[in-house]
Design a protein around this ligand. Structure first.
Ligand SMILES: Cc1cc2nc3c(=O)[nH]c(=O)nc-3n(C[C@H](O)[C@H](O)[C@H](O)COP(=O)(O)OP(=O)(O)OC[C@H]3O[C@@H](n4cnc5c(N)ncnc54)[C@H](O)[C@@H]3O)c2cc1C
Length: 478
């Protein structure tokens, strides 16, 4: 049963929304309503096995846990991409790679988000099983561990050895600042279970009387009156309702957050007019100039059968501009229904220059928007990726048990790290200030990867959890 009012309504119970709702409800005097479009669960036993199992990434074509969006990676490559639509969001279905943004990434954020400023928050969200000390947390909700050297999957072990033989240094701790090289991936996995933010933060506090969680419920728009967010309009099986709130925190993810703002009349005035939406506040940056990691998957063949059931990525190699990811199993094994039979080595462009945009459909602005990535639009991106494919081919040729590395197939995709659709900053294209408050609208915040000024040079998940923790535990909502 939905309350008629909550002090704070959190829109979206994904990676960030789970953390925000849990931390804001730490104050028993604050009522919090978390609204999630996808299905929910009340305990780890209640979760579907494929959400629990860290070796499965349940985002294939028949998944019950995702929304699919049309995507144009380049003018020629049209595809679809998935995001989580379940309590825990994309963090409930992801690869469980939990690597922090680098100091250089955070240097592109407002000064209050420098590496030195946020280190305490990175530490607070985790319990690192391998590295105690000043850089790591020992009592945070998210368990972080690397696969022990002696238990690495044969592909991961061979990739590490080959990279070291090729002259790359071993990095012991990929969550410490320092030089690039090859190392074991910090994973948010405990006993084979993917411990995303819903499991780590939200389930332990579901008993609170000041926290209500409505799953299977869509937020249709933020209600804005006289320049202030005063609540949300939602749809569930029983109809359409209005819930009033003192503050609305949008955590609907990097696609739905900008869409929801636009549906609420906040966004680029020219585009809202084209869509037939009344303009309440002209914010040109909404949905524009996003970044994500282009990833070329290089398919190859193995000479022998390899074990399954390992985490999808156990080791990676970083250079200035690239991340090479030796996936331990074919996507067809890890992602039910995806049908990709060969194993792949992923080549990720970590600091892409091309910028994309979220495009709403004028015929039905509520439907899934198109993601226009404009990948490889910048010549340096093309050059860097080509260099990455060459490096990957050389490493594969030197790895034992690879069959015919000369017949490699390549396929351009995306790492699904969409960021910056509602950028944080003070410039004309920014949407929120450094405390994640939407410019020009009182009582409205966005807290998810939409607000990243740019995609970090590593996967975004650890940084997203840090962001949500930092915002929700500061005095910035009080
Ligand atoms: C398949 C996949 C694998 C990935 N693997 C990794 C990885 O291994 N490591 C890494 O660092 N990153 C990874 N990522 C990226 C990372 O998981 C995401 O960047 C991160 O989880 C995003 O968190 P978020 O809170 O911004 O959004 P989400 O976690 O996507 O949460 C948004 C939530 O809002 C809900 N919602 C949306 N609209 C509404 C609405 N109108 N009303 C109510 N609810 C709504 C959605 O259902 C969803 O639950 C992966 C992403 C995907 C999709």
């Amino acid at each position: 049963m939905l309350p008629a009012h909550a002090d704070v309504v959190v829109v979206g119970g994904g990676s960030c929304g789970s953390v925000v709702a849990a931390r804001l409800s730490d104050d028993p005097d604050r009522s919090v309503l978390l609204v999630e479009a996808g299905p929910g669960y009340r305990s780890v036993l209640d979760m579907a096995a494929e959400i629990r199992d860290a070796a499965t990434v349940p985002v294939g074509p028949h998944s019950s846990w995702t929304t699919t969006f049309p995507a144009r990676l380049t003018p020629e490559i049209v595809t679809t991409v998935s995001r989580g639509r379940v309590l825990g969001g994309s963090g409930a279905v992801n690869g469980a790679y939990f690597v922090r943004a680098r100091p250089g990434d955070l240097a592109r954020w407002p000064a209050s988000w420098s590496y030195d400023e946020v280190l305490a928050d990175f530490r607070a969200v985790e319990t690192d099983a391998d590295f105690p000390g000043d850089l790591h947390g020992s009592d945070g909700p998210v368990p972080v561990a690397r696969v022990p050297w002696e238990r690495l999957h044969p592909v991961s072990a061979a990739f590490h050895e080959t990279a070291v033989s090729a002259g790359f240094g071993t990095v012991d701790d990929l969550n410490a600042p320092g030089p690039d090289g090859v190392g074991r991936v910090p994973l948010n996995i405990r006993d084979g279970v993917r411990v995303g933010p819903a499991l780590a933060y939200l389930l332990p506090v579901l008993h609170r009387t000041n926290l209500a969680v409505a799953t299977g419920t869509d937020v249709l728009r933020v209600v804005v009156e006289n320049g202030r967010a005063v609540g949300v309009e939602v749809a569930d099986g029983a109809g359409i309702h209005r819930v009033t709130a003192d503050r609305v925190v949008v955590c609907a993810g990097a696609v739905r957050s900008p869409q929801l703002l636009m549906l609420s009349g906040i966004g680029p005035a020219d585009e809202l007019q084209r869509l037939g939406i009344a303009v309440l506040h002209d914010l040109p940056g909404v949905g524009r100039d996003f970044t994500d990691h282009p990833e070329v998957a290089i398919g190859y063949r193995y000479r022998r059968d390899l074990p399954t059931g390992s985490p999808l990525i156990e080791t990676v190699l970083h250079t200035d501009t690239l991340e090479l990811r030796p996936y331990t199993v074919p996507f067809g094994t890890a992602i039910p229904g995806s049908g990709v039979a060969d194993p792949v080595l992923g080549v990720v462009l970590t600091r892409p220059r091309s910028r994309g945009r979220v495009v709403l459909d004028p015929a039905d602005p509520r439907s899934a928007p198109t993601l226009d990535y404009r990948y490889l639009g910048h010549p340096q991106d093309r050059a860097d990726l080509r260099e990455g494919v060459r490096l990957a081919a050389d490493l594969l040729a030197a790895m034992p048990d690879i069959v015919d590395a000369s017949g490699l197939t390549t396929h351009l995709g995306t790492s699904l790290h969409l960021s910056g659709t509602c950028r944080m900053g003070a410039d004309d294209g920014s949407v929120v200030d450094e405390r994640c408050r939407v410019h020009g609208i009182d009582g409205l915040s966005i807290v998810d990867t939409s607000v990243f000024p740019a995609v970090p040079s590593r996967g975004p998940h650890a940084t997203a959890v840090m962001l949500a923790h930092r915002i929700a535990t500061r005095a910035w909502f009080r």
